[in-house]
Design a protein around this ligand. Sequence first.
Ligand code: AMP
Length: 304
Amino acid sequence: MTKPVVDLIIVGSIGIDDIETPAEKREGILGGSVSYACAAASFFSHTGMVGVVGTDFPQEFRDTWSNMNIDLEGLQTVEGGTFRWGGKYHENMDNRDTLFTDLGVFETFSPELPEDYKEAPYLFLGNIHPALQLHVLEQVKDPKFVLIDTMDLWINIAKEDLEKVISKCHMLTLNESEAQLYTGEHSLTQAAKALLELGPEYVLIKKGGNGSMLFTKEDVFLLHAYPLDSFKDPTGAGDTFAGGLMGALCDSGKTDKEAIRQAMVYGSITASFGVEEFSLERLVELDRDQIGIRVAEFKEMCRI
Ligand code: AMP
């Protein structure tokens, strides 16, 4: 059998963002779930991006991805405007308000995989409408491991579609409030139990700066977040975490629980770099050695 052209496919949104934090305001920067996730995964695996941009999309942003060796064969360019999103963070940087969402070409996005992507063993269904996630999943021939992410919007308006696609995935990732919203359970262990009933073998609950929890029917694994002195922009941290995790898992060639736990460490550490600057600005200058050094430092911090 010939080796697939990419080892990991990631689908999700591509946005041009305006972001305001208490310290700084930035306009027209590269964002979107698939942009963060592919950038993070690119340190560990050969990753293909599946997404859509409009004819207004700057060449400079494409070059950013190409320079990270992200495969862009699955990137569609469609007549019209790229998805745009604006967000403003509160003083505590934990909460934010969406200022505007302009769907542009994202509104009619139909993700079609290039023929040579269909053999890819690892798949990350990033945050888009669950019917589109299912459409992607159905095109991949025999994936070894599929991770799915979602958001409150789809939980509120497309739960049936979401349930259908989640049941076909190996792992589901949500943040704490989404897990509570989905299940109506305040306790995260109760919420995880209910989510595991939907079918996935693993449920990963992200708690922002408070780390993450990996649930299976048998046990739970707790991971701290790397303690940072300061950070500039938490946008896309969850996507960076999940992208790094999938990249590292793909690099290991495995799909078992121990490999997922190790991959979570790489995802989390990659995300800790990502939030140090806006957009992909920190990730573009990062290398695997720097990630390795911080992973070692982190493991030492966690030793009991
Ligand atoms: P996160 O911080 O994980 O919510 O990811 C933020 C990124 O998601 C931003 O770069 C936005 O461009 C993108 N985004 C914002 N709203 C949506 C939406 N409704 N659907 C898909 N992507 C979105």
